[in-house]
Design a protein around this ligand. Structure first.
Ligand code: PGA
Length: 259
């Protein structure tokens, strides 16, 4: 039987929102939060707005995350932000290996591995993104790509490290394109990921692993995706920039659990 897990709905605001706008958006999510209390809600603003969002959600169970992290705690690394600094600013989570970082900023499975280890060392929960390009999908290489990413960046962790990681399957062709994976496409990959986790860490760890789907999630496609057995929640980009659509997705994910 599938363990009952709280759906996780994380909003990646990317390079949007000034501090004032971030405060307004977080405030609107706080207002709607009682309706989605049974979901784990994570707001992931740009670095500059983390403290303000943290303040705005204080006293609620809404969590705050960052969009990236460096692997050293301190040092002469101009422009980087350390896990220690993220903890102090109020983060509980950090996204690692988002495809935009891989595509535009040279992130590799090796840097994802280093960042994941550093995040865990500082008690940040990594949300590690994996996913294939359109070309890889069309060439039938999706599952190989996923296996490769997992083996290189995550399966080096011991069990206690791995159980603290959240995974996000984000097919690159579905990010920001309005073209989401179908529920069947998402489930095929999530099921495959869970199977790989089971072979590496055992069935119990696999059953409890949290695997989010990301890529053009909206209130009107969230329910059918969330109904898939191995989809445990969402990493939302565009639709997280408005409280109404973000909370709408959370409500649909809860409906899928209740039905
Ligand atoms: P999207 O982005 O929802 O705008 O497709 C998802 C993501 O990048 O995490």
């Amino acid at each position: 039987m599938k363990p009952i897990k709280k759906p996780v709905i994380a909003g990646n605001w990317k390079m949007y929102k000034t501090i004032a706008e971030a405060r307004d958006l977080a405030g609107a999510v706080v207002e709607g939060f009682p309706g989605v209390r049974e979901a784990t809600i994570i707001l992931i603003p740009p670095f500059t707005a983390i403290q303000e969002v943290r303040r705005t959600v204080s006293g609620t169970e809404i969590a705050v995350g960052a969009q990236d992290v460096f692997w050293e705690a301190r040092g002469a690394f101009t422009g980087e932000i350390s896990p220690l600094q993220l903890r102090e600013a109020g983060c509980d989570f950090v996204v690692i290996g988002h495809s935009e970082r891989r595509q535009y900023f040279g992130e590799t499975d090796e840097t994802v591995r280093q960042k994941t280890l550093a995040a865990l060392d500082h008690e940040l929960i990594p949300i590690v993104c994996i996913g294939e390009t359109l070309e890889e999908r069309e060439n039938g290489q999706t599952l190989d790509r996923i296996r490769n990413q997992l083996e290189k960046s995550l399966f080096i962790l011991d069990e206690s490290g791995f159980t603290r990681v959240v995974l996000a399957y984000e097919p690159i062709w579905a990010i920001g394109t309005g073209r989401n994976a179908t529920p069947e496409q998402a489930e095929e990959v999530h099921y495959f990921i869970r199977g790989l986790i089971a072979s590496r860490y055992g069935k119990t760890v696999a059953d409890y692993a949290i695997i989010l789907y990301g890529g053009s999630v909206k209130p009107d496609n969230a329910l059918s995706l969330a109904r898939e057995k191995d989809v445990d929640g969402f990493l939302v980009g565009g639709a997280s920039l408005e409280a109404e659509s973000f909370l709408g997705i959370a409500r649909e994910a809860l409906r899928a659990v209740r039905d």
